[in-house]
Design a protein. Structure first.
Length: 202
């Protein structure tokens, strides 16, 4: 295997009410091969509707196109939720250890989808609905994928799901501490002037 494979997960998709143990076991064989040989995989037929994806993308773009003062009103703080402005994070470096001067991107990080979660409800109410809907679906799908990955590791079906319990439960009754975060990322265009600088990336 020399390229990232696409794995059809229709058998455990969100369109299936209750996948069988055999469905998870069969899928585990494909997932294990991808992770052992490449480390990544594409997913197809996951069951998250295109409408949910489109609404999240549309709401995110609407927020990112807002004025900076609006975005700053929900800047990410100690609660680890909110807007991360361009230049606040620098993760990338090249093979020689040269760290990027600027990473041209901004994000909205979200880990609390309860009514107490920080969102720009006054200026961009669509963002809460768009991101909470897609994150809820993604969390449900993740729980199913974790079952197959548990089998890949030679563990019981529910092993990893138990380790990752509490995804998106913050702010809710009976919440379990969990750092799972959905990050909506916006990569604005890079000007020709910036594009010529090797320390400016996206």
């Amino acid at each position: 295997m020399t390229s990232i494979s696409t794995v059809d997960i229709a058998k455990i998709s969100l369109e299936i009410q209750s996948p069988s143990d055999k469905d998870y076991i069969d899928l585990a064989k494909e997932i294990k091969e991808c992770f052992e040989n490449i480390g990544f995989m594409y997913l197809s037929n996951h069951g998250i509707s295109q409408d949910i994806i489109d609404n999240a993308m549309k709401a995110s773009l609407q927020f990112f196109r807002s004025k900076d003062e609006i975005k700053k009103s929900v800047a990410k703080g100690s609660e680890y939720q909110g807007w991360v402005e361009q230049g606040r994070e620098k993760f990338d470096q090249d093979e020689n250890g040269v760290i990027a001067e600027l990473e041209v991107r901004e994000t909205y990080d979200m880990k609390n989808i309860s009514s107490a979660g920080i969102f720009p409800d006054k200026d961009c109410p669509e963002l809460r609905e768009g991101l909470t809907t897609i994150s809820t679906a993604a969390s449900q799908l993740s729980s199913r994928l974790l079952k197959s990955i548990s089998i890949c590791l030679g563990r019981d079906l529910d092993f990893l799901e138990g380790v990752h319990r509490g995804m998106l439960s913050e702010g809710k009754e009976g919440a379990v501490g969990n750092a799972t975060t959905l990050r909506s990322i916006h990569y604005p265009p890079i000007s020709d002037e910036l594009a010529g600088k090797p320390t400016i990336i996206r």
